[in-house]
Design a protein around this ligand. Structure first.
Ligand code: ATP
Ligand code: MG
Length: 421
């Protein structure tokens, strides 16, 4: 059988899983400091959720979803982003009536998109994400951006640029859309076929088209930022003020529209030259219309998604350490059947008290066990054979310094000896 993984997927192998765990630890520490609690939702949802919650004019819905029928003929889709599932769970669980805002995060959330794999672009990737429902003040917009930046800071990631924009609201966007439509209508023949379709349904998305010809035309288009209603204007000013209060620098990029249809007001992206072809490590924004769109109450929300593979790429690109892999505190080298049994017992006792210990499971010779202990980067080794059993003494060798220390055979004595070498 062909044991290559499906195109666009990536294993996390034992030698690199500590990097993920490191990011996870830091992300949990940051979310705790900011008061966000974890939410976990299913890997698949009813397709309709994404049609409504992501928007049927988006690339994700039009081209990228992994959709299939289950055995009862229901249309099911693997999560193509994290927000819709969280919004669904939020509505279904009645969290709507809890004190607001409800501040949540998800971590390691698998996300599936049928895209052309390339550097930083996979068919299954994983996201760390934030969702906050029920807060309309721009301080929460600044808070989630500050949270993302705080994580980068903890991880030692620098050279990032924060780009912000406002894409208005149902108050001001229709008139702006009309202006956009008129602008693009005049150059319709030069737009790509997809954008011709967008022209009718959602002209804003033309600004986000990756085709060169469309981008060239989009450069001269009227900007939402110059057409905001007073409320959106005030909100955007507030965002800038609170970002300032958080000590964050930003650039205003009037061309950010983001991939989803239900964004309102704030949108932002955090970019790095090390994040592959696209450069975006983290993207998010406000979606004040989403819950209502899903059949819930009128309640605002804001969030972001951060690609964890891209985050790792950035860390690797910058040469930032992603923590150390696991190596045992002690490798107990057993010689002879009696010693093997005793070594196993000691090993179990030590593990119970939190010491990481390895023993051989492959009938290796003493020499081969030594070698293996070295391969595992064990910090200490100790040989246990008939002599040690008779004397009740163990010589512990510090593998770095080569020094020895002696102790009794009880797990307490060994644990102490490990601490003092
Ligand atoms: P892009 O412009 O790169 O396609 P996007 O706007 O589609 O990104 P979002 O939907 O905002 O991305 O997802 C949030 C984050 O998830 C991105 O900033 C990126 O870090 C990551 N991401 C998105 N798609 C992929 C992918 N196919 N492979 C790996 N990471 C991805
Ligand atoms: Mg995309």
């Amino acid at each position: 059988m062909d044991y290559r993984a499906p195109k666009g997927t990536k294993d996390v192998l034992p030698a690199e899983s500590h990097k993920w765990q490191y990011i996870e630890r830091e992300a949990r520490a940051v979310t705790k400091a900011f008061g966000y609690k974890e939410i976990r939702t299913p890997v698949f949802e009813h397709t309709e959720l994404f049609l409504r919650g992501v928007g049927d004019t988006t690339d994700i819905v039009q081209k990228e979803m992994y959709t299939f029928e289950d055995k009862k003929g229901r249309s099911i889709t693997l999560k193509p982003e994290g927000t819709a599932g969280v919004a669904r769970a939020f509505l279904e669980s009645g969290l709507v009536s809890a004190p607001q805002p409800i501040k949540m995060y998800y971590l390691n959330c698998p996300v599936f998109r049928y895209e052309q794999p390339q550097s930083g672009r996979l068919r299954e990737h994983h996201q760390f994400g934030i969702e906050a429902f029920g807060a309309k003040e721009p301080s929460v917009d600044a808070e989630i951006i500050a949270l993302a930046m705080a994580l980068f800071k903890r991880l030692g990631v620098t050279e990032l640029a924060l780009h912000i924009n406002s894409i208005g609201c149902p108050e001001c966007r229709p008139a702006y859309n009309q202006k956009l439509r008129e602008y693009f209508e005049a150059q319709k023949a030069m737009l790509c076929p997809v954008c011709n379709d967008r022209l009718e349904k959602n002209p804003l998305r033309i600004l986000d088209c990756k085709e060169d010809r469309c981008q060239a035309i989009a450069k001269g288009a009227p900007l939402m930022l110059n057409n905001l209603c007073p409320e959106c204007e005030t909100h955007f000013d507030g965002l800038k003020e609170f970002l300032g209060a958080a000590g964050l620098n930003y650039e205003i990029d009037p061309f950010i529209v983001r991939g989803l249809d239900y964004y309102t007001k704030t949108v932002f992206e955090i970019v790095s030259q090390y994040a592959g072809a696209q450069g975006t490590v983290c993207g998010g924004g406000r979606y004040d219309g989403l819950l209502e769109q899903l059949g819930g109450p009128k309640m605002c929300g804001i969030g972001f998604g951060m690609g964890m593979e891209r985050l790792l790429m950035v860390m690797e690109g910058q040469g930032v350490s992603a923590g150390e892999g696991y190596s045992p505190d002690l490798f107990l080298i057993a010689v002879g059947e009696n010693a093997k049994r005793r070594a196993f017992e000691i090993c179990m006792e030590l593990r119970e008290s939190g010491v990481s210990v390895e023993v051989d499971h492959c009938a290796r010779s003493v020499k081969a066990q030594m070698k293996f202990a070295d391969k595992l980067s064990a910090r200490h080794t100790a040989v246990i054979g008939d002599d040690e059993l008779a004397s009740g003494k163990l010589r512990i060798r510090d593998m770095k310094t080569g020094e020895h220390s002696e102790c009794g055979l009880s797990s307490d004595e060994i644990a102490n000896a490990l601490l003092s070498t």
